[in-house]
Design a protein around this ligand. Structure first.
Ligand code: NAD
Length: 338
């Protein structure tokens, strides 16, 4: 692709996170926002008028032949894989919000379509761009902590009836899929990115606060072994009263220990490694703001830049479809224990 060509984007699903994609595309000098698509009429979306084409179905958007380079799928989870498959079959690269699908079978179909059509899949796992994530990835890769003995992931957020609206997709089995898909897949991705795959999964699950508002558990205690050595646990809940408590990872290694905490794994709280001085990290971006509900890191501009850089041959996809599938595979195997 020519170095000076603007990358032509369309966004499907213009809700909370879709608007964020739109802003990041609009604000990047190397990209061009060409079209928007949402099943709701544009007047109901509260979205700025960017003076671009608007479509009420992905089929109409694809039929319009707008010479698009990339389509960003920002619809409910349960629609991602099928919509991404349509995009790839049209010969267009696709950015897929997390999770890339709600079953490994559907994610595999996305990978097959990507290969068959020679088009990229960019999975959105923007927490990988947070300074503590970049730092700990290097620490693990350089074996500074030595062998890894134990990893504990704690994800405790508040999601109450103001989040799970009657008639909405959040909380439904078919379109949401579960707490681990919608709230905590970023943290499972970071764990997988650092330590690889898991096995010997055991779990206990409970629904403390969401019996009337969701189809699934709100809390769980999960334990497992890492295939590369060491054992781990994941404790999670959306039944935390009033506000998010934390998303943290504690790593116990042969040479020391690290804890990265904060509400969304944004602060290195402890770094105690023999003979190692931690560098000063840049400040993490604030979380995405959903009013009362703080979410994951506001790093979507890195995702859009990664798409541009990849298509212009400057770099590679940060989170590819195979990695997107692995996160879904891990969650699927955890949920088989419910
Ligand atoms: N990366 C992150 O940090 C992050 C943060 C929040 C949400 N997400 C993901 O983004 C996706 C959207 O979440 P949200 O919070 O923006 O939800 P939302 O409900 O605010 O927005 C979803 C939009 O999709 C539209 N839609 C539904 N079905 C459609 C269809 N068939 N065709 C076109 N449009 C359709 C809805 O009308 C709505 O406007 C989810 O998959 C979620 O997991 C990711």
């Amino acid at each position: 692709m020519a170095e000076n060509k603007k990358i032509r984007f369309a966004v499907v699903g213009c809700g909370h996170i879709g608007k964020c994609h739109v802003e990041m595309i609009y604000g990047n000098a190397e990209s061009e926002l060409v079209a928007l698509c949402d099943e709701k009429p544009q007047s109901e979306l509260g979205i700025e008028n960017y003076g671009v084409n608007f479509f009420q179905s992905i089929e109409e958007l694809l039929f319009a032949d707008l010479n698009l380079d990339v389509i960003n799928i920002c619809t409910p989870n349960g629609l991602h894989a099928d919509q991404a498959s349509l995009v790839l079959d049209k010969g267009i690269h696709v950015v897929i919000e997390k999770p890339i699908g709600l079953s490994t079978e559907k994610c595999q179909k996305v990978i097959d379509k990507s290969v068959a059509n020679g088009k990229h899949v960019f999975a959105v796992m923007q927490n990988r761009y947070s300074p503590p994530s970049i730092w700990i990835k290097e620490v693990i890769e350089q074996k500074i902590l030595g062998n890894i003995f134990m990893v504990q992931l704690n994800c405790y957020w508040n999601r109450d009836s103001r989040y799970y609206k009657v008639g909405g997709w959040k909380g439904t089995q078919e379109l949401d899929g579960g707490t681990l898909y919608t709230q905590f897949s970023h943290f499972i991705d970071i764990m997988y990115w650092l330590f690889g795959d898991i096995e010997n999964i055991q779990g206990r699950f409970s629904d403390f606060m969401h019996k009337d508002s969701t189809d699934f558990e709100d809390s769980g205690i999960v334990s497992f072994d890492f295939k590369l050595g060491g054992m781990g646990s994941l404790n999670y809940s959306t039944a935390i009263a009033t506000q998010n408590l934390e998303s943290s990872i504690t790593i116990i290694g042969e040479n020391g220990s690290v804890k990265i905490g904060g509400q969304y794994m944004n602060e290195v709280e402890i770094c105690n490694i023999e003979g190692y001085k931690m560098p000063k990290l840049p400040d993490a971006n604030p979380p995405n703001d959903y009013g009362k509900y703080k979410g994951s890191a506001a790093n979507h501009h890195y995702i859009i830049q990664n798409v541009i850089d990849t298509l212009k041959g400057r770099t590679n996809v940060t989170t590819n479809a195979e990695e997107g599938l692995k996160v879904v595979d891990i969650i699927e195997r955890i949920y088989q224990k419910r």
